[in-house]
Every structure is written in structure tokens, then in C-alpha cells.
Design a protein around this ligand. Structure first.
Ligand code: RBF
Length: 333
């Protein structure tokens, strides 16, 4: 027998002994690109995935927090894929399709479920949210609140970092919504530079308040806490982006948009475990599909936002919910 043939047989035997994620118990890894604490968008991912796993006998889930050094995420994902232990790697944020691409190429049998992303990579199932619609509504409410406070039509937006969905959908959508109620309105955009520095968040918010901004929307993970503290100290209003945030700082959060990432994660992980998830076919969802919402039935919202602006806002919102108003989300792949 030639040496080559022997070597080939050895490889085949070894490969047949290697862990086969597709045949063992259904096991999935939830990779958090950051930390769970301070980032409800990731908490919802984990909660939704865990709920789905709990309903499938024998299925196992492991959550791995990648931390804030983004340069390490690709290697961490590759380590998970190379272990062969996980039938699916579940993660979320618009940068992950690119970050996981090398691992997906090196381990073509590894499947990924990536939320808040849009990609036709055949190893990925992706679902993107229409951030333009959600930030538009925040802009409308922010503009109405600023007018109510007789403040300039200037809204603040404080982001953890810049990324295509932020620059191409969230900031412009916020400004479009503001301009729909105050045509001369403008958005002051500030960047923390990471997703955890509450002191920097507070400093940026204070800078905006000092220049007369009365409403600020933070999208900066753990740094949001600093924005809340600064807003409370100066009596300004905060718009909360990913979850129902009225209770995070009562009397300071005047509006809450919601991304139903827990629902999306639950549904898609359920499908993945049942073997019915489709790969390579990205989906985009918004208000009409029921994955975005604005929390207007909270007693806090009703109490804090006067009836006039509240009714105007509810009318705009109703048109998004019914699908009468739809905004196209610019794709970033
Ligand atoms: N949002 C968070 O709340 N916490 C984070 O740690 C966080 N890290 C992110 C890292 C990258 C590279 C990108 C592109 C986005 C990140 N986001 C984070 C934003 C998140 O994906 C989402 O866009 C916002 O929460 C708005 O829904």
C-alpha cells in the first residue's frame, strides 16, 4: 500500500472519530461580542436562545462572553468552530458576519445564526432590524419633547462606536424623524469609543446639555448609565433604544423603543434545533413584522409626555405598525 494511501486512510479514520456537532446532542454556543451586563441587546439574545434550548430535550447551550477587545473575537469564534462541539454558534451585531468569515470558511460544516446582521453567506442565517424606522420614531418623539420644553430643535445621540448601521441608518433616521416635526432640526452626534465607559458617557452628555440640548438618546451599552446620571442631574430627557427602559431611571427616560431580539432569538434557535432554519437567505424586519415596537402603553410614558405630543406621536407610530409608513433600511453587508 502506498504511503499516500495509508496517510489518507489515517486522515479518514481520524476524521470519523472527531466530534461531529451535527450528530451528537444538539449543542449551541452563544457568543456575546462584549459582555451581557449593561447590554440588553445581548441579554435578550441569550435569554431567547436559552428559552428555545430549554424546550428541546437534550439540547445544551453554553454562553461565552467575548469581552470588549474586538480584535480577539475572530479567534474566539474560530476556537469555538474548531472544537466541533457546537451545532450552531449564535451571536449578534452587524460586525459579526465579517468577523466570523474566516472561521466559517475554515470550518464549512459550522453553522452560524447571526442576529442584527444581513448576509448571504451560506454558513449564516441572519436577521436584520430596520433601525431607520426605530430611530425615526425616536426622532419624532425627541422633536416633540424639545418643542414642549421650548428648547432648540437639537437632539443628542451618543453611540458606543461608529459602524455602518449607526452612520447610515440610526443617525440619519433620528434626524429624519426630528425634521418631520421640526424642519430646521439637527442631531448632535457623539461617540464614546467603547461600550462600557460610563464616565465618558456622562461627560459627553453633560457637554450636550451645556450647549442647550434637552433630549439625548444613548446607544452605548454600559456607558448609557453615565448618560442617565448626567440627565438626571440636569433635568434633561433620555430616549431609550433597545428595551423598555422607563424603569432604568424613572422620570428621566421619556420614550422607549424596543427591539424584540429575545423573540427573534427564540424563534430562530427553535428553527435551528428543528433543522428548518434557512441559511444564506438574509431577512430584514421592522415594525410591521412585529420585531420593533415603541412602548406607549407604559404609565410612565403617559404620565411624562403631555397629551398633545403623545397623540401626535401615537398617530405616527400607528402608521408604522400598520405598514402604511415604511422606511427602507440601507443595507450594510
Ligand atoms: N451594543 C451594546 O448595547 N453593547 C455592546 O457591547 C455593543 N457592542 C457592539 C460592537 C460592535 C462591533 C457593533 C457594530 C455594535 C455593538 N453594539 C453594542 C450595538 C448593538 O449591536 C446595536 O446596534 C445597538 O444596541 C442598537 O440596537
Amino acid at each position: 500500500m502506498s504511503k499516500l494511501l495509508v496517510a489518507l486512510m489515517a486522515v479518514l479514520i481520524l476524521a470519523s472519530c472527531a466530534p461531529q456537532a451535527s450528530t451528537g446532542p444538539a449543542s449551541l454556543a452563544v457568543f456575546i461580542p462584549g459582555t451581557l451586563q449593561g447590554s440588553p441587546i445581548y441579554e435578550m439574545l441569550d435569554a431567547g436562545a436559552r428559552k428555545a434550548v430549554a424546550e428541546v430535550p437534550g439540547a445544551i447551550v453554553k454562553t461565552i462572553e467575548g469581552g470588549f477587545n474586538q480584535a480577539q473575537w475572530g479567534e474566539q469564534i474560530a476556537t469555538l468552530a474548531s472544537s466541533g462541539e457546537y451545532r450552531f454558534i449564535v451571536t449578534s451585531n452587524p460586525a459579526m458576519p465579517e468577523i466570523a468569515a474566516a472561521a466559517a470558511k475554515a470550518y464549512p460544516n459550522q453553522k452560524f445564526l447571526i442576529l442584527e446582521s444581513y448576509s448571504d453567506n451560506p454558513s449564516y442565517a441572519t436577521l436584520a432590524y430596520n433601525h431607520r424606522e426605530l430611530s425615526y420614531l425616536h426622532g419624532v418623539l425627541g422633536g416633540l419633547l424639545a418643542a414642549e420644553r421650548k428648547a432648540p430643535a437639537v437632539l443628542g445621540l451618543i453611540a458606543g462606536q461608529e459602524y455602518p448601521d449607526m452612520n447610515n441608518a440610526i443617525v440619519p433616521g433620528f434626524e429624519e424623524g426630528l425634521k418631520a416635526v421640526s424642519p430646521e432640526g439637527k442631531v448632535e452626534f457623539r461617540v464614546v469609543g467603547n461600550w462600557y465607559d460610563a464616565a465618558k458617557g456622562a461627560e459627553l452628555a453633560k457637554g450636550l446639555f451645556d450647549q442647550g440640548v434637552s433630549v439625548v438618546m444613548p446607544i452605548s451599552g454600559g456607558a448609557n448609565q453615565g448618560v442617565l446620571t448626567a440627565a438626571k442631574a440636569s433635568g434633561r430627557a433620555v430616549l431609550w433604544y433597545d428595551t423598555d427602559g422607563y424603569a432604568v431611571e424613572p422620570g428621566v427616560v421619556f420614550g422607549s423603543g424596543r427591539i424584540l431580539q429575545d423573540k427573534a432569538a427564540y424563534e430562530l434557535v427553535k428553527k435551528a434545533l428543528a433543522g428548518t432554519l434557512e441559511y444564506g437567505k438574509p431577512q430584514m424586519v421592522g415594525f410591521q413584522e412585529g420585531y420593533l415596537d415603541y412602548v406607549t402603553d407604559s404609565p410612565t410614558f403617559v404620565q411624562l409626555v403631555p397629551e398633545g405630543p403623545r397623540q401626535k406621536f401615537e398617530a405616527v407610530l400607528a402608521d408604522f405598525r400598520s405598514g402604511k409608513t415604511q422606511l427602507e433600511m440601507p443595507l450594510s453587508r
